[in-house]
Design a binder for this molecule. Sequence first.
Ligand SMILES: NC(=O)c1ccc[n+]([C@@H]2O[C@H](COP(=O)([O-])OP(=O)(O)OC[C@H]3O[C@@H](n4cnc5c(N)ncnc54)[C@H](OP(=O)(O)O)[C@@H]3O)[C@@H](O)[C@H]2O)c1
Length: 254
Amino acid sequence: MEKHSKLAGRTVMITGASGGLGAHFAELCAGAGAAVVLGARRLDRLENLAAAIRDRGGRALAVPLDVAEEASVTAAFDAAEAQFGPVDSVIANAGIERSGRATEISVEDFDAVYAVNVRGAFLVAREAARRLRAAGRTEDGRIVMISSITAEICVPGLMPYSVSKAAVSHMTRMLAREWARRGPNVNALAPGYMPSDLNAEWFASEAGRQQLDLFPRRRLADFTMLDEPLLFLLSNASAQVTGSVIKLDDGQTL
Ligand SMILES: NC(=O)c1ccc[n+]([C@@H]2O[C@H](COP(=O)([O-])OP(=O)(O)OC[C@H]3O[C@@H](n4cnc5c(N)ncnc54)[C@H](OP(=O)(O)O)[C@@H]3O)[C@@H](O)[C@H]2O)c1
């Protein structure tokens, strides 16, 4: 299945790989020669995807993972290591959105967004960094966070999600600074809107369609917009790139 080998020899854990962007990233990384570890809560979906990747000659393992739970993160890394050896790269992609006006949103929804988007990203990045250090492999280490253009713009009704993504962008810089001497590298992609379960309901609504009409190209972007930047950030070519948050949005914020 190896279409090219930019990631040959790498083991990449992708969180939130049971659908949307995460499933796309899993196929992309496997196609680039990496062993991929697929983590999320819906294990049946992960197993189907892992089987499909293996059928095409790739290496893939499905692991149950709730990124908000420390013990679950540790167990997922244990399982990955038992199969492929140390995980050298992580795509911290798992994310949820709970929309609502700030005056209406519940504390439970607010906390849920933070638990997954912020705590979850931290837990997987920290676990990877700790294990890479223990294995003496930090120079190879690559953490890619998935932030969002909403970290920088103000869309009414999207406050907890947007602020959580602003936290992810700054966490990227903070971890990159803390780990600059010993690694791993930490960078983020900040994508614009692409169609997925996360926003399907919104873009089916009148308000969502109006937002789309305001984008200069009047369209949602495609997952493939992220492919080359992601492969670069995971590859040996990005050894001197850390602490970068790369906006990729098809001009939606212009
Ligand atoms: N789509 C966009 O326009 C867009 C734009 C910018 C940024 N993003 C970001 O891209 C990432 C992926 O979004 P998407 O559009 O692909 O959304 P999606 O289709 O809803 O996928 C979200 C993924 O996160 C997983 N997940 C949720 N909670 C989890 C948890 N506690 N532990 C582990 N996995 C969990 C889900 O799997 P399970 O339910 O099986 O656990 C699912 O695989 C998110 O961080 C999102 O904020 C998306």
